[in-house]
Design a protein around this ligand. Sequence first.
Ligand code: ZN
Length: 226
Amino acid sequence: MAQIWNLLTSVLHILHPEAFVPQDLDFYVPQSGAHEFKEALHQRGYKEKEDQPKCRFYGDTPVAKVGHLYKVGISGSINLIITCSPNPLSVIVKFHSTLVMNVITSDGVLCLYPLLTLAGQGVMTRNTRGTRSCFLKYIFHGFTLKLQFTQHQCMSTAYCHSTMGSIDNPDVLVVPFTRRGSRESTLDSFSPFHWQVGKVAEDEKAIISLSIADRCTSAEAALVPR
Ligand SMILES: [Zn+2]
C-alpha cells in the first residue's frame, strides 16, 4: 500500500530553516489508511475541530476529504488530507508551484525539483485567488517564484513543462532517514509514478505579475524595522 505522510510547508522549512516557522502540519493519507491514521492521532490527544478554518488551497486536486485536528496546549494544528488516489504524490504534483513539491515519508525526504527548491526558487503552475495569496506568503519569506523554467533545453531535463517527470529519475532528491535506507527502499511504495507539471495559462500571466508586484511593495514595507 502506498503511504505517505507529507508535511507540506514543514518540508520547505527543513530545506530552508531560516526562512519561516510553519504554523501547522499537513498530512496526506490515502483513503485506505485514513481511518487508522486518524485513530493514531486521537490516541495522542488530537481532536477534530468543530469550526473549520477558511478553505485552504488544494486546487482541483483529487482530494476526498480534509480534516483539521488540534490538541490542547499545542499551538499548531494538523490538517489531514485524505487523497482519492492510493498514491498521495498525485496530489503533491498538482500543487501551485514546484517550490512546495517536497514530501516527508516514513522513510525519508523527497524533493521533486531540488535544483530550484534548494536555491529558494520555484515555478508556478496555476494562478487563482488562492494561489496568489500563497505566492505572496512565499515571496514575503524570501523565495522567488517564476512563471516558467528558464534557460532549459526543452524535453531534455525534468525542469520543463513538457517533460514527463518520474519519481525514479535521478533529478529527484531522495534523503533516506537511516543509513540502512537506500534511494530504492525510500521510493519503493511510490514507484512507478509519473507526472507533468502544470503551466500557468497565458491569460493568467498578466494578472499574476500585477498582483505580485503590487503586494511585494507592501511586503517589503512590512519588513522595515519599527
Ligand atoms: Zn521545456
